[in-house]
Design a protein around this ligand. Structure first.
Ligand code: GAR
Length: 207
């Protein structure tokens, strides 16, 4: 059984999707053993508590830079004996000290179709604002491994939704979460925990 540590910063609807998937047996070969929040009072922490999942808060604001913050996260991941780390709405970019310690063992959900609308500065509603500003007709979400470059690791799964003429960032975000993120994130986690993702030439393939 792999230890899954989920990193969060906000509402935690993706964490909830993982918890629900775990309860209904969709996640095979792994168990959420800890939730770590970068923000005090994040609602995601309530979700962990309501489901008897141990949690820690390591506030980003208590650390002067990404490196010192990442070292604190690394310590916690080691203490928790993490086999898989899931960034589920985690709004802090982790330094290489974490990504190099867990190659192809950190999974992120990004709310757009990578390589579009991604990288530094593209997070949360900002992504959907940029999508609507550009006028693309299709958007979606990407589940990918995390490496030393923001949103640049191997893609595991992607799913799409239509962008509709009257969409607001909030409406589009909800459509993408409901139709793609909450389905594909648990699926990718389950595939990982069953060793069903292989890496060849830096690309991820689902068996
Ligand atoms: C989700 O849409 C997730 O894809 C996005 O933030 C939202 C968090 O929602 N993540 C990023 O933008 C990371 N770059 P949640 O807290 O309800 O899961």
């Amino acid at each position: 059984m792999k230890n899954i540590v989920v990193l969060v910063s906000g509402g935690g609807t993706n964490l909830q999707a993982l918890i629900d998937a775990q309860k209904s047996g969709i996640i095979k070969g792994g168990k959420i053993t800890c939730v770590i929040s970068s923000k005090e009072g994040a609602y995601a922490l309530e979700r962990a508590k309501n489901n008897d999942i141990p949690s820690r808060t390591i506030p980003r604001k208590n650390y002067p830079d990404a490196k010192s913050y990442s070292l604190a996260i690394l310590d916690a991941l080691r203490e928790e004996k993490a086999d898989l780390i899931v960034l589920a709405g985690f709004m802090t970019i982790l330094d290489e000290c974490v990504t190099s310690a867990y190659p192809y063992r950190i999974i992120n959900v990004h709310p757009a179709l990578i390589p579009s609308f991604c990288g530094e500065g593209f997070y949360g509603l900002k992504v959907h604002e940029a999508v609507l500003e550009y006028g693309v007709k299709v958007s979606g979400a990407t589940i990918h491994f995390v490496n030393e470059k923001a949103d640049a690791g191997a893609i595991i799964l992607q799913g799409t939704v239509d962008v509709l003429p009257d969409d607001t960032p909030e409406v589009l975000q909800k459509r993408i979460m409901e139709n793609v993120e909450w389905k594909l994130l648990p699926k990718a986690v389950s595939l990982f925990c069953q060793d069903k993702i292989t890496i060849r030439d830096g690309k991820a393939y689902v068996m």
